[in-house]
Design a protein around this ligand. Sequence first.
Ligand code: Z5A
Length: 205
Amino acid sequence: MIGKFITVEGTEGVGKSTNIDFIKSKIEARGIPLLITREPGGTPLAEEIREMLLQKREEPFDAKAELLMIFAARAQHLNTVIKPALARGQWVLCDRFTDATYAYQGAGRGLSKSFILELEQSVQGDLRPDKTFLLDIDVQVGLERAKARAELDRFEEEQISFFERVRAGYLERVNETPDKYAVVNAGQPLNAVQDDIQVALEKLF
Ligand code: Z5A
């Protein structure tokens, strides 16, 4: 792979979309060709799976079914969009990726890490992000931001304890391989968040 693969992660309302726009402007200012995408989603088929995942429904959603649908979308996205872009030399900036699966389906829903790892290896092979920006925030503050912005989806309707587990799941990933992450305190004013992102980004150029 020639391009760099960068992902942005965090719990609800942490400011991923806001800061992806900022990261985009900094990468493009360097003249680097960039593809911006998201998970679940990023292709027409994977976006259909995303809609199924986010839609509120009466039928209880089985956690393993959720996990397998996320990896089905990921396989489609990786093989038809992400890998070809990296091979062309584009950088890829992705709103969430497999860290979210460890955090939401693993820590949040309680599915085993070894099962997720098996799927990760099978779907991704050796491909892992070059750098992951983890925007970290007090869960309650993030949820308030998310609530003020739009109607809540199926995930956002979870209890606060779920999001506390998700946050802890992300931080556990960082503890395992700290060099892969840039952890940014997303509870700061936006200009301070973006100063911190800029420092980490400079190291990638
Ligand atoms: N999911 C999963 O379970 N497993 C997986 O493997 C994957 C995903 C890949 C959809 O993700 C769901 O998929 C997600 C987990 C699950 N759960 N949910 N929900 P998503 O990324 O599309 O959904 P999201 O987390 O809700 O992201 P979002 O809606 O795009 O929010 P955001 O990008 O983090 O926030 P934002 O829109 O940039 O900012 C929120 C508000 O805060 C907005 O009004 C901003 O102006 C404001 N903001 C931002 N920064 C600041 C600062 N610093 N100060 C004050 N206000 C701020």
